[in-house]
Design a protein around this ligand. Structure first.
Ligand SMILES: *[C@@H]1O[C@H](CO)[C@@H](O)[C@H](O)[C@H]1NC(C)=O
Ligand SMILES: *[C@@H]1O[C@H](CO)[C@@H](O)[C@H](O)[C@H]1NC(C)=O
Length: 356
């Protein structure tokens, strides 16, 4: 108990350290294995029955130090964002007005994306069509939850001193079976008790924003049924189709992307083609387990932003223990010390960790 509490505490500290260092938004997987964090978060009842229950993808903790804002952007998955403390103001734009939004060209994710607008000062001379875009405010205060459909454009602003929110992401769904929901009235359950696809135990690369493994299975099956089997060639076509769908053009990816795709395809085949025969039958695709699909999704979508060398830092419990005496903190229960730590001290902890 002592040890696991401590680990969970360390994870919170990591988030905080990151938060204070960047003075900006931060998000972090809520680890499925970090029961102490996940058991405090309740998942809305509608997500606990029928198709929804099976399709919860990941959960993220969002923390702002206040005075932060995002770009106008859209995300790939559906989300329920619940605010636990503070306030958060959203500007929402329906995707049907997408053509009027200047969107940054990206070839990473066909569903996500961000706009080139400066949210603090929109340049209508440069982007005149944006004037015609209707938008809505959603001003949240602690206790509110917002349903953000996938692909819905949003810009988020945090005033005040700080805020804390949890977003639970679930699949883009074409159809849902909700029979079970009528029979037994669904209830709130703890995030730690819900079945969620992507977990993060605090070690190694993160899986934030990875491809939906259920959709991946549908895609593989479709390709397989069209071609009788899945081989390197089919995987190549599948990835190229994704590429062109994004740009809406029949163009070839850059050499660098071809090289990356080749590596990805080899890794996918290494998982799929257990008999090493160069092809995978549709029966094998049909029987792929969620665990295997989740591994494949991570191969396809291994985002550098999810690696330690790029966007986030992780500190071991011992790092933090070692850093604390450097600034001669009083001994005692670590969470009490941290909770009362003034901002300046936090900067010192941060620096101590950085240069260790
Ligand atoms: C938010 O946090 C502050 C202090 O950390 C606390 O005083 C306040 O009651 C919290 N608000 C809510 C709605 O939980
Ligand atoms: C909602 O948020 C916006 C942006 O921060 C603000 O201008 C507006 O006054 C807020 N509305 C309410 C009712 O608080």
């Amino acid at each position: 108990m002592e040890i696991s509490f401590c680990q969970s505490f360390v994870q919170v500290v990591c988030i905080l350290v990151h938060l204070l260092s960047s003075q900006a938004f931060t998000s972090q997987h809520i680890a499925g294995h970090r029961e102490e964090l996940a058991s405090d978060i309740l998942v809305l009842p509608f997500l606990n029955c029928g198709t929804f229950r099976e399709r919860i993808l990941e959960a993220n903790l969002w923390w702002s130090s206040g005075g932060t804002r995002s770009l106008l952007h859209r995300d790939a998955d559906n989300a329920i964002n619940c605010l636990l403390n503070g306030t958060k103001d959203w500007v929402l734009v329906d995707p049907s007005y997408e053509d009027l939004i200047p969107i940054a060209k990206e070839n990473v994710d066909a569903y996500g994306g961000f706009s080139l607008l400066n949210p603090d000062s929109v340049n209508l001379e440069r982007f005149p069509s944006f004037q015609q875009v209707p938008w809505w405010y959603a001003n949240m205060s602690a206790g509110d939850c917002l349903f953000l459909p996938y692909g819905y454009w949003h810009q988020v602003r945090s005033h005040g001193s700080k805020n804390l929110a949890v977003s639970v992401l679930f699949s883009r769904l074409q159809e849902v079976d909700l029979k079970e929901c009528d029979e037994a009235a669904p209830e709130f359950i703890a995030l730690s008790k819900s079945q969620m696809v992507f977990h993060y135990d605090g070690f190694g690369d993160q899986t934030m924003g990875n491809t939906d493994p259920f959709e991946l299975k549908d895609m593989l099956l479709e390709v397989c049924q069209e071609n009788g089997a899945v081989r390197q060639l089919e995987l190549h076509q599948m990835m190229l189709a994704g590429y062109n769908e994004l740009d809406g053009l029949d163009i070839q990816p850059a050499d660098r992307d071809v090289e990356i795709n080749k590596e990805i395809i080899e890794q996918l085949m290494a998982v799929l083609d257990q008999s090493n025969s160069g092809e995978v039958s549709c029966d094998v695709i049909k029987s792929l387990t969620l665990d295997t699909l989740t591994v494949l999704a991570d191969v396809i979508d291994h985002d550098p932003a999810n690696t330690e060398s790029y966007e986030y830092a992780r500190y071991d419990a011992s790092d933090i223990k070692n850093a604390l005496p450097v600034i001669s903190l009083p001994r005692g229960s670590p969470n009490i010390i941290i909770a009362n730590l003034p901002f300046a001290k936090w900067r010192q902890v941060l620096c101590a960790l950085k240069y260790m």
